[in-house]
Write a protein that binds this ligand. Structure first.
Ligand code: ADP
Ligand code: ZN
Length: 290
């Protein structure tokens, strides 16, 4: 049977999987992200079991990454704050062990693609995906192609207005109050000394969080007029947050643009935490059919 490989390379954990032509996951493992040597050893160990059947591998990596085919650093993770991974030749290292076509994109692009081929984005022409977890990343697909230019988008660092009741300075070392710096999971722990999953549902903080995410939805709506905005990542697993985002968004938009019905427009991923893996499988499969 022909198999396709997926590597979801996250800053906290790696997920490796193989799947079939129908993008069904056949086997999947997950392990902690350590230094590149140790981590890639585990990656190679997993895929070595499937060398006979493996056709190609799709990688969705934490970033920033170099995606310019003609760049000498193509396939590298570039200026990440994770020091041991800075300028790590990810694709080159994989190629040393597996002589296969390798699709290379960001983790959030992969998740967006997964939702496009098998989730809430099926059949839609413009699909936007954000992950709000350890960091905030964004991806936009237009008719199946990632929107990108000199590099991949960095939508997670859009500037947001501070909520009047939020005195927090932000965690991003580059920007005082960008979305990631104000709304990613670790900002909650910095504010309160407790993780987001430990805050009560009725904590007033969630209005603040929703206000930041609503600004992201507002900006995205004005930029792309997408068919759908999919919000994933650990912080969004707070189920009560989506309705709060919807109402804060309505207030911000103030009637200017008439969007699709919000319950179908700003949604969570249908594939849940498998969106990235399925996206990587799909990108791998697509490479072999070009
Ligand atoms: P990653 O970003 O590594 O892919 P996640 O998307 O799970 O992983 O994001 C992890 C972040 O999300 C952490 O900061 C964590 O505290 C936060 N988080 C995870 N689950 C929840 C939850 N149920 N409510 C609020 N925050 C959460
Ligand atoms: Zn920033």
């Amino acid at each position: 049977m022909k198999l396709y490989g997926a590597i979801e390379a996250g800053g906290t954990k790696f997920v490796c999987a193989v799947g079939n032509r129908d993008l069904e996951i056949i086997e999947q493992v997950s392990f902690q992200t350590r230094n590149p040597d140790e981590t890639m050893e585990e990656v190679v160990r997993f895929f070595s079991r499937f060398t006979e059947e493996l056709q190609s591998i799709g990688v969705g990596s934490f970033g920033p990454i170099d995606i310019q085919q003609d760049s000498e650093n193509y396939g590298y993770i570039t200026s990440t704050p994770k020091l041991s991974w800075q300028y790590f030749d990810f694709v080159g290292t994989l190629k040393k062990y597996f002589n296969l076509p390798i699709a290379w994109t960001t983790d959030v692009n992969a998740a967006c693609y997964g939702e496009y081929v098998k989730g809430n984005g099926i059949g839609l022409s413009n699909v936007v995906y954000y992950t709000i977890g350890t960091g905030v990343g964004g991806a936009a697909l237009q008719n199946g192609y990632f929107i990108e230019g000199f590099s991949h988008p960095e939508m997670g660092h859009m500037i947001v207005n501070k909520h009047p009741n939020d005195s927090f300075e932000g965690t991003c070392p580059f920007h005082k109050h960008c979305l990631e710096g104000m709304a990613a999971g670790p900002t909650i722990e910095k504010r309160y000394g407790r993780k987001g999953q430990e805050l009560a549902e009725d904590d007033t903080f969630w209005e603040i969080e929703a206000y930041y995410i609503a600004q992201c939805v507002y900006n995205t709506t004005l930029l792309f007029s997408p068919d759908i905005i999919i919000l994933g990542g650990g912080v969004i697993s707070q189920q009560h947050i989506l309705p709060k985002v919807h109402s804060a968004f309505v207030e911000l938009m103030n009637g200017y643009v008439k969007t699709p019905d919000l319950v179908n427009y700003v949604v969570t991923p249908k594939l849940g935490s498998n969106a990235g893996t399925i996206g990587c499988l799909a990108l791998a499969e697509k490479l072999t059919n070009q």
